[in-house]
Write a protein that binds this ligand. Sequence first.
Ligand SMILES: [Mn+2]
Length: 506
Amino acid sequence: MLPVNHHNIFKTCRSVIFKKFCTKVVENVVKGTVCDINVTKTLGQPAPHTHPHLIGEDEVTPLIKKYEYQCRRQKLVDAILEHSKKLNLPFQNHMIIIPSTSKQYMSDKIPYVFRQNTEFLYLSGCQEPDTCLVITAGGNTSDHKTTLFTRDKDNHAEIWDGPRTHPEEAIGFFGVDNSLPMSDLSKFLNSWRKSLSNIHLWYDFDNAPHTEIHKIVCEYLKDSSNNSFESPRNFIHGLRLYKSPAEIALMQRSCDIASKAFVESMGFSRPGIGENQLFAKMDFECRIRGAEYLAYPPVVAGGNRATIIHYINNNQLVYGNELVLMDAGCEYHGYASDITRTWPVNGKFTEPQREMYEIVLEVQKELIELCGKTPSLDALFECMCLLLGKRLQSLGLINVQPANNYLMKAAYQLCPHHVSHYLGMDVHDTPSIGRNIKIKPGMIITVEPGIYISEKSSLPKQYHGIGIRIEDDVLITVNGPVVLSRKCPKEIDEIEKIVCEGLSNK
Ligand SMILES: [Mn+2]
């Protein structure tokens, strides 16, 4: 018997499959449904057809639709054109360049977790590194064209790192007007410069997130006859400051996840627990609920380490009747929560701890009520100093002095940080927006008063080493403040109950 030639059989099979495939393609072309073939292609990021559990129809990123991204770009163009008109700038044409970031490495070929440049993600929804958004607008009309530059095709790299979104898929998926490979960026910019003389460039030179793209932009500017440029950062932050309904839903979910994770971490506490174990518990409980990662290195500070505001070593044990202060939040599909709670690891506040906790809690609740009424975050900070000062005075811990200034200064000694920041895609969101502007509906802010009494304090000894902060995330609405982190308990009896129940189950 002759041995079967496997090679030939394989050839025959392959050719049958190939013929069938070709017939299918021809049929599709004839029916006009050739595009359907592409729909099954895996892109460089989750899409409705590959990740239906994450991305809905027409969404580019979870809950945020193509149309919302288009509106964001339109609003940016409108804001920039209005600004130019107001200042009577002599430019008819505008080019906005927003680069993505690149992968960062901790050592040879070992990457850090990738986090996209927030401005780029906000305007494009694209989650891939080494990509770039260019928006061009001309004349006084708000007509504009968006071009998304995607990574060049590279079969070898795609075997190692997974698929990339190519220009032919990018237009439909991201809802942009045009898409080109990154290798065309320089050519594209130059062709604009040659065809139009009067171009104002919008690019953030001070916070350039991508070295290679930065070089290309610098080259472009060097060869350009008019080198007028400005950063679009402030305009983008102005848009990001006000959250859309989809963004609010994402922020609510981010806060819900972190709140539940806090409850679990409280119930996991016991005297002798390691700060690292509470960190691990928080991290696990956030990720298991769908968060990508914690939004920042958390502060898990037991005992007097809570008086160190940015303590992130998280490597000590928390003993007996000590408090633990945890400042943690998660990032859920690009949106951050930021919560702080302080609790006794043995389930029972001591008397001095309780006195201080009640002061911070009462002040925090009053400040939340004031959110919609005070003129700005800075004004809210002044309110915190005054409210804290008054309460410490009534306990006899600050000398009786009639001047508010004295009270506020004394309180500032005990709480040396601001009481609030904007919150959104970044933890310290939209930092180019001052904290002196009016608080308005649609903003999300934190409210986080604290008291930190070091061992060197002139306050009575029983308070030494106590550090307490209570932080919630608050959405401003026309009907008043809505606490997004409301599911995270902060009343003394609630907290004691959760910790004690956890202890009895161990
Ligand atoms: Mn905060």
